[in-house]
Write a protein that binds this ligand. Structure first.
Ligand SMILES: Cc1cc2nc3c(=O)[nH]c(=O)nc-3n(C[C@H](O)[C@H](O)[C@H](O)COP(=O)(O)O)c2cc1C
Length: 416
């Protein structure tokens, strides 16, 4: 019987442990988590979601306060088209986070940044260009283009001096999405260095409709593997979504993956950015507590724990401070939902908004508990303590469990 350690992922001239820890915004996949995975010889992802906010928290900057001050006059206005990001500040915050992370890197692994293309920031192309280039300037090892894959992304960085050196990857959930991307990108004469195939059991936003249950990671992986073979393409495939044990990972490798991307198991580690109280919510969640809903203003289905405060909360849109989901014309589906709720309940001090959620504010405050399908199995990966809480794990324990276990999940040493 084999374990994941019997395989290696060949990328960037290295032989890596084939474990990628997936990006989790907003700062759920912290630098500390990604650095630990890289130290152990895998690939850790930081996230580029809402980095001005993250920088304020971690590097003592004042980006959010300054933006709110500049646009305060617009707070009561439903039209948010004037609210723009200062591109220099977006670049600066990305550089701060990436530089600090790369400076602390140890070991043989790599640090990538997960670039959420759905963060349209009222100027999709310009802000994406600035975020990718700043991460490259600051020495990131690789960029993974995620949610809302923008077909022209490679072209936005093709004149950057590191364009052919930095590792570039994409996340797709279907062969068709991959084919479209490769066709559109052919002009840049640059193929992705790796392809993450994300199935419907993943956390965060899904690349499927509400019929996600009709799809299976294994089937999509095999379909893409066969097409790649027929085309003579040899790009490493990374399987993601519901890979919960080392044995699950080995099954993916035997189907033709060169690595796995995993996230849910790391949400209950010390290094993960979720506050401790919320890690306990992830441990406690039962299967019935987890739903895929359409509350994200991005239009993509998202998986969440039902009890999270983000659901139903009618907070006033906070785009003057945040505004990461404003589209190119300054609209966001939450603003529309909120205004509808206010119009239907005149005079009410706090409305309930049931159809969308203010994702910026709630992700920023860790009030939107997005999670993978198998979150309900996390309680089986640790010990229950005398006070009824669950023992939080170390990222090293989870990483090693994926790397060496042959069946099931090894429990950690019990905390004294
Ligand atoms: C809490 C959480 C947040 C996530 N946020 C993002 C994100 O910001 N961008 C992204 O591309 N994927 C995101 N994902 C998806 C993961 O990177 C990963 O591909 C997927 O969850 C792997 O499946 P698993 O969680 O079953 O291991 C998130 C997953 C979780 C659990």
């Amino acid at each position: 019987m084999r374990c994941l350690d019997d395989f290696r992922l060949h990328l960037a001239g290295k032989d890596l442990v084939p474990i990628m820890q997936g990006g989790m915004g907003v700062d759920i996949s912290t630098a500390a988590l990604a650095l630990e995975v890289a130290r152990l010889g895998g690939i850790g992802h930081i996230s580029d979601a809402m980095l001005p906010t993250v920088a304020d928290r971690r590097y003592d900057t004042k980006y959010v306060k300054n933006k709110l001050k500049q646009y305060k006059f617009n707070v009561e206005n439903a039209d948010k088209s004037v609210v723009k990001f200062d591109l220099d500040e977006v670049a600066e915050s990305t550089r701060l986070h990436v530089e600090a992370t790369m400076k602390a890197k140890q070991g043989d692994g790599l640090i990538f940044i997960n670039c959420m293309e759905k963060l349209t920031m009222n100027a999709p192309k310009d802000t994406l260009r600035v975020r990718m280039r700043a991460a490259m300037d600051a020495g990131i090892d690789g960029i993974t283009l995620a949610a809302g894959l923008h077909l022209g992304s490679f072209a936005l960085i093709e004149d950057h001096p590191r364009f052919h050196e930095v590792q570039l990857g994409i996340i797709v959930s279907s062969l068709r999405a991959l084919q479209l991307f490769l066709k559109k990108t052919a002009r840049t004469k640059r193929l992705p260095d790796y392809i993450v195939i994300e199935g419907p059991l993943a956390g965060g936003h899904l690349g499927f409709g509400m019929d996600w249950q009709d799809y299976h990671l294994e089937t999509i992986l095999v379909e893409i593997r066969d097409w790649m073979q027929a085309e003579g393409l040899t790009i490493p495939l990374i399987a993601a979504g519901g890979v919960f044990t080392g044995a699950d990972a080995v099954r993916m490798m035997e189907l033709g993956a060169q690595g796995v991307q995993v996230a849910t198991r790391f949400t209950v580690t010390h290094e993960c950015g979720l506050p401790d109280k919320i890690k306990q919510e992830y441990f406690r969640a039962s299967e019935e507590d987890i739903e895929v809903n359409q509350l994200s203003p991005t239009g993509y289905p998202m998986r969440m724990i039902k009890q999270c405060p983000a659901i139903g909360d009618g907070i006033r849109p906070n785009c003057e401070a945040y505004g990461y989901l404003l589209d190119a014309s300054g609209s966001c589906q939450y603003i529309e939902a909120y205004n509808r709720a206010v119009a239907e309940h005149p005079g009410e001090r706090r409305v309930k908004v049931m159809d969308k959620t203010c994702l910026c504010t709630h992700m920023r405050n860790f009030d939107c508990w997005t999670c993978g399908h198998y979150t309900y199995r996390l309680k089986d990966t640790t010990h229950r303590l005398a006070d009824g809480s669950y023992q939080v794990l170390s990222a090293e324990h989870v990483f090693r469990d994926y790397q060496f276990s042959k069946e099931g999940v090894a429990l950690p040493e019990q905390a004294s």
